[in-house]
Write a protein that binds this ligand. Structure first.
Ligand SMILES: CC(C)(COP(=O)(O)OP(=O)(O)OC[C@H]1O[C@@H](n2cnc3c(N)ncnc32)[C@H](O)[C@@H]1OP(=O)(O)O)[C@@H](O)C(=O)NCCC(=O)NCCS
Length: 352
C-alpha cells in the first residue's frame, strides 16, 4: 500500500499588505525587500475574526472537496504550525471542531517543525497510510504570523518576510506502488535551535542562555513565574529572532542535499523532476537551488512574491496553486523540499 495526494486546497486572507504599506511602521523600502527576498506583498489575517485554525479550515474544505470525499470520511488530522491559536491544545483538535466532525472522534496531531512542518506532516500521514492504519488523512499547514511580529524598525529583518495563510491536502491509500509518495526524508540539527526561534514564552528558565538575567525570573524559593515575566515584555522577547545570513548559508546546502537524497533513494535523476516546490523561504534561496540543480524555470514553482514566507503553509499553498494552474499533470514527478527553524529540513518525491 502506498499513499497519494488525492486533493489540495489553500486559503489566503483578503487583506494584501505591500512592501510600501510596511514603510508606515518601520524604516524599510520596497526595493530592499524585493532585492533581498523577492517578496512584493503578503496577506495578513483579519484580527479577532480569522485565526490559524479558521484559515486551515477553509483550505481543508477545499482539499476535501477536491478529493471528492465527505468531511466525515477523514480518519486522522495532521496539523503543522508554529503559530497555533493556543499554547495548548493544538490546532488539530480545533480544526476538527471547526470542520464540525467532533462526532467522528478521530485522532488529531500537531507537528512543530516550522518551515519543514508540512514535509514532516506528509511523512507522518504517509507512514500511517502505508501501515494500513488510516485511509483518508487530512494534512494541513497554516500560519498566522501577523499576530506576533515586531513591526518596529527593530524587527524589520524578520517581519517583512512572513505572511499568513493555509494549505491542505487529503492523503489517501494507493494500491499502485509506483504512484503517490515514493520516499520521504527528515533531518534536524538542534545545535542551531536558537538561530531562528521564538524563545518566550517557554519553560526554559534561561537554561539555554548565558544571559538569562534578561528574562527577569523571580528567586528560586518562589514557585512559578517562569513562562511569562514582565521582563520578557519589557525586553521584547516575545518576537521571533532570526540569524538571517546563517539561515541562508545552511538552507542552500541542506535543500540540495535532501533533494539529492530523495533522488538517490528512488534511483532517479535531477532531470526526472517535473516540478520542484521548495518551501517559500526566500526567492534568492529558491533561485540558488534551481541554478545548482540545473532546473529550467517551468520546473520550479514560486509564489513568494505574493504571499511572503508562510512557513508550514508555504508548500501546501504552492502545491494547491500549481495544481489549480494546471502545472502538475498525472504521472509527473513532484519534489517537495523544505528547510527552516530547528534547524530542520526534509524532502519528499511524489509520482502524481
Ligand atoms: C533576512 C535577509 C533577507 C537579510 O538580508 P541580509 O543581506 O542578510 O541583511 P542583513 O541582516 O545583513 O542586514 C543588512 C542591513 O540591512 C538592514 N535591514 C534589515 N532588514 C531591513 C529591512 N526590512 N529594510 C531595510 N533594511 C533592513 C540591516 O539593519 C542591516 O543594516 P546595517 O548594515 O546598517 O546594519 C537574509 O539574511 C535572508 O534572506 N536570510 C534567509 C532568511 C530566510 O530564508 N528565512 C526563512 C527561513 S525558513
Amino acid at each position: 500500500m502506498n499513499s497519494k495526494i488525492a486533493g489540495t486546497g489553500y486559503y489566503v486572507p483578503k487583506n494584501i499588505v505591500t512592501n510600501s504599506d510596511l514603510m508606515q511602521y518601520m524604516d524599510t523600502t520596497d526595493e530592499w525587500i524585493q532585492e533581498r527576498t523577492g517578496i512584493q506583498e503578503r496577506r495578513y489575517a483579519k484580527k479577532h475574526e480569522e485565526t490559524t485554525t479558521t484559515m486551515a479550515c477553509e483550505a481543508a474544505k477545499k482539499a476535501i472537496a477536491d478529493a471528492g470525499i465527505d468531511k466525515e470520511d477523514i480518519d486522522f488530522i495532521v496539523f503543522a504550525t508554529l503559530s497555533p491559536d493556543y499554547y495548548f491544545p493544538g490546532c488539530g483538535v480545533l480544526l476538527q471542531r471547526e470542520l464540525g466532525i467532533t462526532n467522528t472522534g478521530i485522532g488529531a496531531i500537531d507537528i512543530r517543525n516550522q518551515c519543514s512542518g508540512f514535509i514532516y506532516a506528509v511523512s507522518v500521514a504517509d507512514k500511517f497510510i502505508k501501515t494500513g492504519t488510516y485511509k483518508n488523512v487530512l494534512v494541513v499547514g497554516a500560519e498566522m504570523h501577523s499576530m506576533g511580529l515586531d513591526f518596529s524598525t527593530r524587527g524589520r529583518g524578520v517581519s517583512v518576510i512572513f505572511g499568513d495563510g493555509a494549505g491542505a491536502v487529503v492523503m489517501q491509500s494507493e494500491e499502485d506502488e509506483t504512484k503517490g509518495v515514493l520516499t520521504t526524508h527528515l533531518h534536524s540539527d538542534g545545535s542551531f535551535a536558537e538561530e531562528l526561534a521564538l524563545i518566550s514564552p517557554g519553560c526554559h528558565g534561561g537554561y539555554h542562555d548565558e544571559d538569562s538575567e534578561k528574562y527577569g525570573f523571580v528567586p528560586e524559593d518562589i514557585p512559578g513565574e517562569i513562562l511569562v515575566t514582565q521582563a520578557m515584555l519589557d525586553n521584547h522577547l516575545f518576537y521571533p529572532y532570526m540569524n538571517g545570513q546563517l539561515v541562508f548559508k545552511n538552507a542552500i546546502i541542506r535543500f540540495k542535499e535532501v533533494i539529492m537524497e530523495a533522488l538517490q533513494a528512488t534511483q532517479l535523476e535531477k532531470n526526472d523532476i517535473d516540478m520542484l516546490i521548495p518551501h517559500q523561504a526566500n526567492l534568492r534561496i529558491s533561485q540558488y537551488i534551481q541554478k545548482t540543480m540545473g532546473l529550467s524555470d517551468d520546473k520550479v514553482f514560486n509564489n513568494i512574491h505574493k504571499y511572503g514566507n508562510t512557513t508550514a503553509a508555504s508548500i501546501p499553498i504552492a502545491l494547491a496553486e500549481a495544481c489549480e494552474q494546471g502545472k502538475i499533470k498525472k504521472g509527473d514527478l513532484v519534489c517537495l523540499a523544505a528547510f527552516g527553524s530547528g534547524f530542520t529540513w526534509g524532502s519528499t518525491l511524489i509520482r502524481w
